[in-house]
Design a protein around this ligand. Structure first.
Ligand code: PGA
Length: 253
């Protein structure tokens, strides 16, 4: 048995103004106040981070950003640095989300730069990987994931792995209503953990939390979470409504 604590994380993407985010996080604090078997995290848009941090202060809900730049400061119009995120109250940052890869030119190389910068700054990274529909159909799922892990995590030391959270998000399941079956998720998660074990050793690989993401909702969360190597969920659509998200957090009930 492992001691990996489950983590339910909400990625709000480009949703909610400051006041809306404050209202949602207030509700979430109330709805999840009694939960201590499960870690909870939310990733509001940049503009709401500092306000939401105030709401979350003293609660167990953790605050993540959805992206960052790898440089600490400089002439990078429109970008945000690790130190800005930390000063806004973030402890975590999502890196390499498939929407960033698809629409904003994110590559394994930029994920790697960001990952190292986040670790150096003391932010805990949630690194997203996942295959597209055509890659899965062509039988390339594992080779795509291998490449994303090898290049994305290049140069990381065993010690760094203690801070890392991995999120397997098959691109074909994001926002589509198509969820990977719990067996499909388990198969990939076990594979990923095996790959981590080869590089960093079994003891360390056994400690890394691997989240599943892609159309997770109250009706499928328990089944996914019952899988040995599924340690949590990264949730988009179903994280926007606090009541629904709270149902996900309470999946054990
Ligand atoms: P979804 O998004 O839950 O809306 O499919 C998941 C994600 O993109 O993290």
């Amino acid at each position: 048995m492992t001691s990996r604590k489950p983590l339910i994380a909400g990625n709000w993407k480009m949703h909610k103004t400051g006041p809306e985010a404050v209202e949602s996080s207030r509700q979430l604090v109330k709805l999840t106040a009694a939960v201590d078997q499960v870690d909870v995290m939310i990733a509001p848009p940049f503009t709401a981070l500092a306000q939401v941090a105030e709401v979350l202060r003293g609660t167990r809900i953790m605050l993540a950003a959805q992206n960052m730049h790898w440089e600490t400061r400089g002439a990078f119009t429109g970008e945000i640095s690790s130190e800005m995120l930390i000063s806004a109250g973030c402890t975590h940052v999502i890196l390499g989300h498939s929407e960033r890869r698809q629409f904003f030119g994110e590559t394994d190389q930029t994920v790697n730069l960001k990952l190292k910068a986040a670790l150096a700054a003391g932010l805990r990274p949630v690194v997203c990987i996942g295959e597209s529909e055509s890659e899965r159909e062509e039988g390339k799922t594992f080779s795509v994931l291998d490449k994303q892990v090898q290049n994305g995590l290049k140069g990381l030391l065993s010690d760094d792995l203690k801070e890392l959270i991995l999120a397997y998000e098959p691109v074909w399941a994001i926002g589509t209503g198509k969820t990977a079956s719990s067996q499909q998720a388990q198969e990939v998660h076990a594979y990923l953990r095996g790959q981590l074990a080869e590089t960093y050793g079994r003891a360390i690989a056994d400690k890394v939390r691997i989240l599943y993401g892609g159309s997770v909702k109250p009706s499928n969360v328990a089944e996914l979470m019952a899988m040995d190597d599924v340690d949590g969920a990264l949730v988009g659509g179903a994280s926007l409504d606090p009541e629904t998200f709270s149902k996900l957090v309470h999946y054990q009930n």
